[in-house]
Design a protein around this ligand. Structure first.
Ligand SMILES: NC(=O)c1ccc[n+]([C@@H]2O[C@H](COP(=O)([O-])OP(=O)(O)OC[C@H]3O[C@@H](n4cnc5c(N)ncnc54)[C@H](OP(=O)(O)O)[C@@H]3O)[C@@H](O)[C@H]2O)c1
Length: 245
């Protein structure tokens, strides 16, 4: 049975992605910052007939927590087939490029960028034991430098210098990670789940978490001939999903 770890999977996009992978026959480790939320998520999945889930305590901003999660998982499995770096925060809006504080940048980067680095580095040994390892970094189209430079783009005026730049940094980390893992069975991609209604945006998003989970899990499930080092958004390119960096 293939195994997946999803950070921030106790609710919203991460939770629905867990459900989809469970339906595909995976065993899924639900990353959760609290035992209470982790237990609740697993109980919900089990109530829906999806038994192969367990939660793992994991705060991506806390190196000790990441180390402990790696130890816990290592006691249960020596292989991880899929890592989905989903945990993310917006940092609150607006975020003017002139007025956003360094503390705001640090807080958002600690989760959206450094958190991904911490978790990826901690679990890479387990992923290397998989014959078909997949890493999906949940990014956003608002991390695209090209789209943000286009006055006709729908999110051109979004006042989010902190969040947007954190996803741009995540994109570059994705490219460099894919580069280091080139000529291996790894497939590493950045995926925009789309603007969907969750706590993240006070449920202002127009899409559903199910749509987002479909988009994210697509790149967790790609075959050996699938892309690596790519950046995908169905919302911005319904045909090939590929979007400019
Ligand atoms: N929703 C959208 O429209 C949208 C659009 C583009 C990209 N995204 C991206 O999609 C991802 C998921 O977003 P969402 O809409 O599902 O957000 P959400 O509803 O706010 O859920 C975020 C999840 O991440 C967890 N999390 C936050 N900080 C964490 C940390 N330090 N360590 C571990 N887990 C942490 C949260 O845990 P708690 O429950 O403990 O807070 C929660 O499980 C994010 O990376 C976001 O940037 C979302």
């Amino acid at each position: 049975m293939k195994k997946a770890l999803i950070t921030g999977a106790n609710k919203s996009i991460g939770f629905e992605t867990a459900r989809l992978l469970l339906q595909q026959g995976f065993y899924v480790y639900i990353g959760s910052r609290t035992a209470e939320n982790g237990e609740k998520a697993v109980a919900q999945l089990k109530a829906d007939g999806l038994e192969n889930a367990a939660y793992v305590l994991l705060d991506v901003t806390d190196s000790d927590s990441v180390t402990a999660a790696r130890k816990t998982l290592g006691e249960k499995t020596d292989t991880l087939d899929v890592l989905i770096n989903n945990a993310g925060i917006s940092g609150g809006m607006p975020q003017s490029a002139l007025d956003a504080t360094i503390d705001q940048f640090k807080e958002v980067y600690d989760t959206n960028v450094f958190g991904v680095v911490r978790v990826t580095q901690a679990f890479i040994d387990l992923l290397k034991n998989s014959p078909e390892p997949r890493i999906v970094n949940v990014s956003s189209s608002v991390g695209s430098l090209t789209l943000n430079s286009d006055p006709t783009w729908f999110a051109y005026d979004l006042n989010a210098s902190v969040y947007n730049s954190s996803k741009t940094a995540l994109n570059m980390y994705t490219v460099k990670l894919a580069y280091e893992l080139r000529n291996t069975a790894f497939r590493v991609n950045a995926v925009d789940p789309g603007y969907v209604a969750t706590d993240f945006n006070n449920h202002q998003g127009h899409g559903t978490v199910q749509q987002a989970a479909n988009r994210v899990s697509k790149y967790a499930l790609i075959g050996a001939d699938g892309p690596t080092g790519g950046y995908f958004s169905e919302e911005n390119n319904p045909e090939t999903w590929e979007i400019p960096w």
